[in-house]
Design a protein around this ligand. Structure first.
Ligand code: GUN
Length: 291
């Protein structure tokens, strides 16, 4: 039997209209419109597409959004100067510097320069630490999107065996942290799960994956998760967005469709959820900063 679809596109549309309604409510109350500043350095085609999608989603939800496009030759000092200006701008509640950055710029220095209170990516070490300690200021967008996609499709994580394939700072690592944590009033997006983090160097990767009630593929390797690695009926979430010759390919092989109980498509699964959680964080930042 074919897996049920974890439809991120449909859920994102629902959640974006909820966010748009809250943005409109704030405007009626005379509050400043939540503002996102996106910064794109260079011409990387995938980054250009991501930023374009984020910008359009913000506009559609009634958020104030600006894109700052800088040439690939931009120096670290120039980028730091822009970030300092955005940190000081009261119309900007969220700052997103699209990664990767050109070689001459140290990603870490830029991430640390963004004000933690405007860090809607949740990449700043202060915010990573708060998340790991169970006191999040923001949730990172893709991990939060994955948890929402599961929860809003009625797939409980509490007590389940969850295997995360991938250990990146953007997805695998923070997702594992969120999945293992105990939910509290101030940390609701927590999975209460038994979590295993695997990666491309894991010995017996197929056996490890087959333990999973919920399998998250976030290795950035097209088709790395195949049917024989999936327990029949398991929920499989494909976080892979691999641009191969202009086509978007997931980390999950298409043969998984016939074994999994649930499967998120690429595109139309996690991608739209990531953007939705960015809108959520920008609204949240406005509430934290302006009240
Ligand atoms: N590059 C790939 N994913 C992301 C993301 O979620 N945020 C930023 N800023 N850059 C990225």
């Amino acid at each position: 039997m074919a897996a049920q679809r974890l439809d991120g596109k449909a859920l994102a549309a629902t959640m974006r209209s909820e966010i748009a309604a809250r943005v409109a409510e704030r405007a009626r109350a005379g509050k400043r419109v939540p503002g996102l500043a996106a910064v794109l350095v260079g011409e990387d085609p995938a980054s250009q597409q991501y930023v374009k999608n984020k910008h359009k989603a913000c506009q559609d939800a009634g958020l104030a959004t600006t894109v700052h496009r800088l040439p690939a030759s931009t120096t670290q000092a120039e980028l730091l100067e822009l970030v300092a200006r955005l940190n000081a701008d009261p119309a900007v509640h969220g700052i997103l510097v699209q990664l990767p950055l050109p070689k001459q710029i140290d990603d870490g220095a830029i991430i640390r320069a963004v004000s933690p209170s405007k860090d809607v990516d949740c990449f700043h070490p202060e915010n990573v630490g708060l998340l790991a300690a169970g006191h999040p200021r923001f949730y990172p967008c893709t991990p939060h999107g994955v948890l929402q996609l599961l929860e809003r499709n009625g797939i409980a994580t509490a007590g389940k065996e969850v295997v995360v394939v991938g250990r990146s700072n953007i997805v695998g690592k923070p997702l594992a942290v969120m999945l293992m944590q105990k939910p509290t009033a101030t940390n609701p997006a927590a999975g209460d799960a038994t979590v295993t983090v695997a990666h491309t160097r894991t010995r017996g990767l197929a056996d490890v994956c087959r333990r999973a009630d919920i399998l998250i593929a976030a290795a950035g390797v097209p088709g790395i998760v195949t049917a024989e690695m999936v327990k029949p009926g398991a929920a499989v979430v494909d976080v892979g967005t691999n641009n191969v010759d202009g086509r978007w390919l997931g980390d999950v092989h298409k043969d998984v469709e016939s074994v999994a109980g649930w499967l998120s498509p690429v595109p139309g699964g996690v991608g739209p959820m990531t953007i939705t959680m960015l809108l959520y964080n920008t609204l949240d930042a406005a509430k934290q900063i302006d009240g």
